[in-house]
Design a protein around this ligand. Sequence first.
Ligand SMILES: Cc1cc2nc3c(=O)[nH]c(=O)nc-3n(C[C@H](O)[C@H](O)[C@H](O)COP(=O)(O)OP(=O)(O)OC[C@H]3O[C@@H](n4cnc5c(N)ncnc54)[C@H](O)[C@@H]3O)c2cc1C
Ligand SMILES: *[C@@H]1O[C@H](CO)[C@@H](O)[C@H](O)[C@H]1NC(C)=O
Ligand SMILES: *[C@@H]1O[C@H](CO)[C@@H](O)[C@H](O)[C@H]1NC(C)=O
Ligand SMILES: *[C@@H]1O[C@H](CO)[C@@H](O)[C@H](O)[C@H]1NC(C)=O
Length: 541
Amino acid sequence: MAVSSRGLALALVLSFSSLCYLAAPSPAATTSDPDGFLQCLSGSVPSGLIYTQGASNFTDVLASSVRNPRVFTGDTARPLCVVTATDASHVQAAVRCGRARGVRLRVRSGGHDYEGLSYRSLQRGEVFAVVDLTRLRAIVVSAGGGGAWPAAPTAWVESGATLGELYYTVAGNNSGLAFPAGICPTIGVGGHLSGGGIGMLMRRFGLAADNVLDAKLVTADGDLVDRAAMGEDLFWAIRGGGGGNFGIVVSWKVGLVRVPPTVTALNVMRTLDQGAIDVVNRWQEVGPTLPSDITMRVIIQGQQATFQTLYLGRCGDLVPTLGTFFPELGMTAADCLEMTWLQSVGFFHTWNPNAPVESLLNRGTSLSTFTKNKSDYVRRAIAKDDWKSIFPWFAMSGAGMIILEPHGGFIGTVPPSATPYPHRSGVLYNIQYIAFWPAGSDGSAATSWISNFYDFMGQFVTNNPREAYVNYRDLDIGENTVVNDVSTLDGGKVWGERYFAGNFRRLAAVKGAVDPTDFFRNEQSIPPLLQGNNRWGKRLG
Ligand SMILES: Cc1cc2nc3c(=O)[nH]c(=O)nc-3n(C[C@H](O)[C@H](O)[C@H](O)COP(=O)(O)OP(=O)(O)OC[C@H]3O[C@@H](n4cnc5c(N)ncnc54)[C@H](O)[C@@H]3O)c2cc1C
Ligand SMILES: *[C@@H]1O[C@H](CO)[C@@H](O)[C@H](O)[C@H]1NC(C)=O
Ligand SMILES: *[C@@H]1O[C@H](CO)[C@@H](O)[C@H](O)[C@H]1NC(C)=O
Ligand SMILES: *[C@@H]1O[C@H](CO)[C@@H](O)[C@H](O)[C@H]1NC(C)=O
């Protein structure tokens, strides 16, 4: 299969205009004592790990893992300092000193938050510090029990590791092992697992968060707790309830999964002239019902659709299977690329089947492209005539692309309340909308395109709530309202029920139990449900 240069260009597209956000003026906590905070920190954290605004490389360190330059160029509040923790005790110290001195924290693992909430505040004048976990990235794989009944292999991975580092470490010396998580290798484990984690293995093995077995978390009191000590409610909440809410997860114990030593990867492209509309229309039924060892997502850009597929097996078996389930696609053995699962990760990221697996270790960022993304879920297939009205949007000025990610399979069998991620049974696929433009250029065509297109699509997707995925964070859907220094439930419900549906209230109850003063707060953090003093809580409780 030829690798299209368009594919490469797509893959290089990363990360729009701060004009979209009007920061609500909100006074900084009157009790904030930045100097006292720094002095407190210096008692527990080596000075070389603390970058204050005056440090010569403060901006470099702050920018080091920024993925979305759109939110980095704006005049949003910058942190007082960046603490590059190398030990859980540094995280604990930052929390304790922050609590004592009225300095809030933003925690950053991979820095991929779509709205930059891990390193910026939209509250002008807010005094906060960033706890950066980039240097906390050890990965320890344990092969399993051995003997006749080897226990399933597991790994402890620190939050600052990237998905690429995890994949490489798990599979690099054992092509039979894998971990089900996102496509982009530079994503941080910390934020990704906190929000769910969808990817090419989820129809077979679930979300990344579905495979978390234990975790070590620093609480709002600065204690370091594991699953047994945090209790099952908090452990439930951190596996999909979104990052930055309940504490700082330092490390995760994950269950690894077994894959065949050779898998098949392919990108099949169909233009409008080649029947793209018919094939996409049919895919809506096929994609979510294929055997769970086949994941076929669809990328639509320009007037063409690419069916990006991973099969956990050999080409010889895939061809007849797709011939039976999806003859309309017309894939042949010539489309197949056989490789290890680890190589397939590099292929789906770069669209280059020969990408060296070592490239998965590259943490480098590019600040060359601005992007704005949004998300939806589809539970009822969109009619073919409606696809005919959708495709012309990709020929408009400012047009970006969409990615359709099939659900069904294992992920659909998990009850919607088993984890905070509620988009389970009945979901056919989610849609990710992506608008992009070169850094520094006028992004108005692209931003108008995505917002108009998203409005247009409202008629075809889920409503009440119009579901959205927390890891594709979108501040357009709502921001917290803060009253008496605590985020309100009514404000949080607006965006929170879209990410979490019926699980929002339970998340708020957990927040109320573990962080009642709302220390871990950002523009879209879960508000604490405080029994007794909130109208909404009383009504439902
Ligand atoms: C290029 C790109 C590709 C992507 N592809 C996928 C994909 O295929 N599948 C998918 O599901 N998602 C995908 N995402 C979204 C990604 O999963 C989320 O942005 C995720 O939250 C990023 O995690 P992070 O650690 O890199 O981000 P960060 O910006 O560091 O953190 C994200 C949020 O989590 C909080 N947080 C970070 N670390 C911790 C911690 N240790 N404890 C508690 N809270 C924490 C932050 O404060 C912030 O609120 C993609 C994002 C990008 C930019
Ligand atoms: C939007 O999604 C694309 C594709 O996953 C990604 O490259 C880009 O960084 C995302 N945008 C933001 C703002 O993170
Ligand atoms: C910051 O600058 C100091 C002094 O120039 C240097 O020693 C250190 O390595 C730099 N740190 C980073 C993360 O760039
Ligand atoms: C395989 O293991 C060796 C020895 O532990 C290590 O040096 C190497 O980096 C590993 N390779 C991969 C691809 O993980």
